[in-house]
Design a binder for this molecule. Sequence first.
Ligand code: TTP
Ligand code: MG
Length: 361
Amino acid sequence: MSSKTTYRKIIHVDMDAFFASVEQRDHPALRGKPIAVGHAGARGVVATASYEARKFGVHSAMPSAKARELCPELIFVHSRMKHYQAVSKQVREIFERYTDVIEPVSIDEAYLDVTENKINAPLAIDIAKRIKKDIREELGLVASAGVSYNKFLAKIASDHRKPDGLCVIHPDQAIEFIDTLPIEAFWGIGPATAKRLHALGVQTAPQLRALSLARLTELFGKAGLIYYNFVRGIDDRPVVTHRERKSVGCEETFGKDIKGPLIDKALQEVITELVRRLKNRNFSGKRLTLKVRFPDFTTLTRSATSNAVLDNEEVIAPLAQKLFQSVELPASGIRLLGLSVSKTEQELREREFSEQMTLFS
Ligand code: TTP
Ligand code: MG
């Protein structure tokens, strides 16, 4: 070997049964018990379940009624979002002891680039161990961590030995590790893509690797290149510390399916709330998307692009109404209504361009 390849050191941290663990920590009576965070009502869904409840098959996004059927002694606890956000911030403060290159993915998950780090640790696994220890000792919570040379593998590693996992995938073990995975485990391969691949006789990573780049891009467009690279252990996506917001939205699920004039009232409320959020976040865009869900859970979206910037009620309300009128409503009414404003591709490109220009000026 003529030159030594230097690999990045990436850690992916994901809290275990996050909301449920916070509740069990704060209420000792719930420890060791099957609990679900969410509403127990007929229309409720489980946000997350403790590991004790998961043994019964209870999981996130499951209707609460089904969860209770699977686990009759399940204890439902109301979600305390603000509190979880505050805990998430404490977790982030722990990460910041080791690096500032942090990319939060969700309330309980983040990527850290520790190639350069604040404690000059040569091994990423030592930082992962310290983070897990800090979280356990200071916050009384358990996290799983994955360590590797890119985001794709670090994420797979952190999922690999959950809960309380710590898994390292070294560059020279990557292909061997990838070959143990079903193709569904790959980032970006959702159920629809997996189905298409299965139809082509592709079930395993080696079979996916046998497809040429040309074939993959013909089948999946740009995503084809991503799959081509991932299956070879390649992922150059950086850990991004500032993510630009691309949309702002709000939606409301009604306690009871609504019909007739109640719908107009609800639409108006969603518009008012959307405008409030846009103002709060100082966000605007030119694309408006309406989402409607019917009692049978069929969900429709309708979008329109406006010439005017959507940042106030005068421009948003008529467009929202027009989109809504284009939806054929069933006699049973609706159960959810949502609206969001997003940046168009053109707007995002323009912003990127102006940011680059400021770099040169
Ligand atoms: P996850 O990290 O997906 O789940 P988890 O932390 O509960 O469990 P795991 O040990 O498998 O990581 O999601 C983090 C939190 O986000 C979770 O505690 C609750 C919330 N959440 C929902 O509200 N709805 C959902 O459908 C999911 C998946 C998560
Ligand atoms: Mg989690």
